[in-house]
Unconditional design. Sequence first.
Length: 302
Amino acid sequence: MESSYKLTHLRELESESMFVLREVAAQFENPVLLFSGGKDSIVVAHLARKAFWPAKIPFPLMHIDTGHNFPETIEFRDKFMDKIGARLIVASVQDSIDQGKIVEEKGFNASRNALQITPLLDAIEEHKFDCALGGARRDEEKARAKERFFSHRDDFGQWDPKNQRPELWNLFNGKKNMGEHFRVFPISNWTEMDIWQYILLEEIEIPNLYFSHMRECFERDGVILGKTDFIETRDTEEVKPMQVRFRTIGDATCTGAVLSEASTLEDIIDEVASTRVTERGGRSDDKRSEAAMEDRKKQGYF
């Protein structure tokens, strides 16, 4: 039997998110769900399945592939798509580089994370998507805290944080001009703790990267990075086995791990309850400037 807290808290969040998902289906002609293989996008896909059950999810899922993903992420993504029977669209950063649309960063701190903007906007235009659903939450980062549920993007895919539409009494305005689109965030009001408690409650499968495991890692600028073929290490950086897990899953070049022995969902929940660092505290791309995330979002980032 579920506790009264879970019934009144997690179920209320679930109901709100499913309402937003149904509003998207009602207001937009051609939406898409952005899927990274991370816990938040997995939860949004799970909510979409519940919102439209017994029918299938009425829109495709899209992954912006940096080419620098953890192998475990891609393996999980493909298994997940087979499980839910969804159509997957993959937009590739490497293709945009090969076409000369973007230039790859160089140097030890090079990352493809920000380069996802171009293939994302190109895919939205190519497939004529008028709405892109995402798994961003307001508690993640101060720029994301400014987002509405329905976040308008102009015909260049840009976001203006100073010019957003009011959302009173859960009334969402999806009106737009030709060429414009919306980003919609159904789990805006969820916290990291809510996500983990809901995953436990619903018994949702997630990638094993989130659980404690041994991995070859090194430390750079206070961030623990997993050693991959995509990252060039300095002579002064010692690569050694570490007992770690990841709180977020993104481009391997900028996604930091945390030292952890949390091997179960219950362990993770206990760990999250006691930590004083946000889950994006280990994302090196967010540390490039004080407003790094907001600058990327203004250009069309998730």
